[in-house]
Design a protein around this ligand. Structure first.
Ligand code: XIL
Length: 390
C-alpha cells in the first residue's frame, strides 16, 4: 500500500514537473527544472547509464525520460552481452534501450566495443582464447561491423576502446588484444568502427584522468599519437568516477587540453561517493558541491558536449556491489527524490549560459576526511532510510 502511494506520488510529481518545465526558463524554475531541460537550455546533453531490466520498476523509465536526454547501456552493449558466443549475437536489451531512447527523443552513447580488462561483463572467454592474430582480427571486425552497423544512425557516439591504459599506471594495458595484435589494436578498432558508421563520433574512454599527473600525461601522449597517425578518433571520454573528491580546476584544464586538439570531450560515467561528515545533510551538501564543480568545469569548456552519470538513482548503483552499500553516489536517492547532487549538476550545466560568481570549489576538508576514510578502509556510512533494491 505504502509502495502504491509512493508510486502515485512520484507520478504526480513528474506531471507537475513536466508542466513546470514546459512553462519557463530553468534559470527561473530552480528546483522544478529537470536535468534534461537545464542541459537543453545550456546547449548541452545530459545522460545516464541504465539497464532495461529495471523497467519492471514502474518509476524507472518515466524518471529516466524526464531527467535525461541521452542514455548509455550500463552493460548490455559490451561484448559479453552482445556476442557471448561467437557469431551468436544477442541484442534484446540493447534494442529495448534504443527503442526507449527513440520514443523519448533521447540520444544513445554506445559503450563499448573493446574493453579487455580482466573483469566481469567485458570480453568473453572465447575471445580471450584466440591467439592467432588473423583470427582475432577477423573476430574483432565481425563484432564491430555487426554491433556498430546495427545501431548506425541510432547511436551517436561509441566508446571504441575503454580504459586503454593500466588503471593505476601509465603504460598501455596489456590486454588480450594488445598481446595478440600489439598496440595497433586501438587504431584498428577505430578504423573498423568508422567504416561501420562514418557518422558516429568515436571516443577513447579512460578512468582517472581528471587530475593531472603521469596517467593524464600518458593518455594525452596516446591520443596525440593516434591523431598524428590519422586514426579517426573524435572524442575523449573522462569517466568521472569520483572515489575521492574532484579537482575542478585541473579537470577543466584537462578538458581544455583535448578541446585544443580539436576533440569533443565528455564526462561519460559520473558518480561521486558520499564523503564522511558530521551528518547526512552536510554530506549530501558536499556531494552537491562536487557535482556542481564537475558540471561547471564541463560547462565552461565549449567542446564539453555531454555529461553522463553512471546510473541515476541510488536504488541501482554499481558502487553498491563494487565497494559496498551506503556511498549513495548518484543525483537521485533510492526513492527517486532529487538530492543536492541533482541541484549541483543542474546548476553546474546552467553556468554555461549564466555564469555566477560562485567561487571554484576547493576539495578542502573533504580531501582530509577522505584520506582518513581511505585509511580506515572498511569505514562505510549508511544512508538512513535506504532500502534494498531487490
Ligand atoms: C560496470 C557496471 O556498472 C557494472 O554493472 C559491471 O558489473 C562492471 O562494469 N568503468 C566502465 C564501466 O567503463 O563499463 C563500468 O561499468 C564501470 C567502470
Amino acid at each position: 500500500m505504502a509502495l502504491v502511494r509512493q508510486r502515485s506520488a512520484v507520478a504526480f510529481l513528474i506531471a507537475i514537473l513536466q508542466v513546470a518545465d514546459a512553462t519557463g526558463s530553468c534559470l527561473d524554475a530552480g528546483e522544478d527544472c529537470s536535468l534534461r531541460d537545464a542541459a537543453a537550455e545550456a546547449g548541452m546533453r545530459v545522460g545516464a547509464a541504465m539497464e532495461p531490466s529495471h523497467f519492471s520498476d514502474p518509476d524507472y523509465g518515466p524518471v529516466l525520460a524526464l531527467e535525461f536526454d541521452s542514455l548509455t547501456l550500463e552493460n548490455s552493449m559490451k561484448w559479453q552481452a552482445t556476442e557471448p558466443v561467437q557469431d551468436n549475437f544477442s541484442f534484446a536489451h540493447a534494442d529495448a534501450a534504443v527503442a526507449f531512447a527513440d520514443a523519448n527523443s533521447m540520444t544513445v552513447r554506445g559503450h563499448n566495443l573493446v574493453w579487455a580488462q580482466a573483469r566481469v561483463d567485458s570480453t568473453p572467454d572465447w575471445v580471450e582464447a584466440i591467439t592467432d592474430p588473423d583470427e582475432l582480427r577477423a573476430v574483432l571486425a565481425t563484432h564491430v561491423q555487426t554491433v556498430v552497423g546495427r545501431y548506425a544512425g541510432k547511436v551517436d557516439a561509441w566508446d571504441v576502446v575503454n580504459e586503454p591504459l593500466e588503471t593505476a599506471g601509465t603504460a598501455l594495458f596489456e590486454n588480450h588484444f594488445f598481446q595478440v595484435l600489439g598496440p595497433g589494436y586501438i587504431a584498428e578498432a577505430f578504423a573498423l568502427a568508422h567504416a561501420a558508421d562514418p557518422s558516429a563520433t568515436l571516443f577513447l574512454n579512460e578512468v582517472l584522468i581528471s587530475n593531472g599527473g603521469p596517467k593524464f600525461d600518458a593518455f594525452l601522449a596516446l591520443v596525440t599519437d593516434l591523431l598524428q597517425q590519422g586514426v579517426p578518433i573524435h572524442g575523449v571520454g573522462f569517466q568521472g568516477h569520483y572515489f575521492g573528491p574532484p579537482d575542478p580546476v585541473q579537470l577543466e584544464a584537462n578538458l581544455r587540453t583535448f578541446a585544443d586538439l580539436g576533440l569533443i570531450v565528455e564526462i561519460t560515467e559520473l558518480d561521486s561517493l558520499l564523503r564522511p561528515g558530521p551528518d547526512l545533510a552536510s554530506r549530501l551538501a558536499v556531494q552537491g558541491d562536487e557535482y556542481f564543480a564537475v558540471a561547471r568545469a564541463c560547462a565552461r569548456v565549449p567542446a564539453c558536449a555531454r555529461i553522463t552519470t553512471w546510473g541515476f538513482t541510488d536504488r541501482y548503483t554499481w558502487i553498491d556491489s563494487f565497494l559496498g552499500p551506503g556511498f549513495a553516489p548518484l543525483p537521485l536517492d533510492v526513492d527517486y527524490n532529487r538530492k543536492p547532487a541533482h541541484t549541483g549538476l543542474r546548476n553546474g550545466m546552467l553556468e554555461r549560459i549564466a555564469p555566477t560568481a560562485v567561487p571554484v570549489w576547493s576539495p578542502g576538508w573533504s580531501i582530509v576526511a577522505w584520506l582518513g576514510f581511505s585509511a580506515l578502509g572498511t569505514f562505510r556510512l549508511r544512508e538512513p532510510g535506504r532500502r534494498d533494491a531487490n
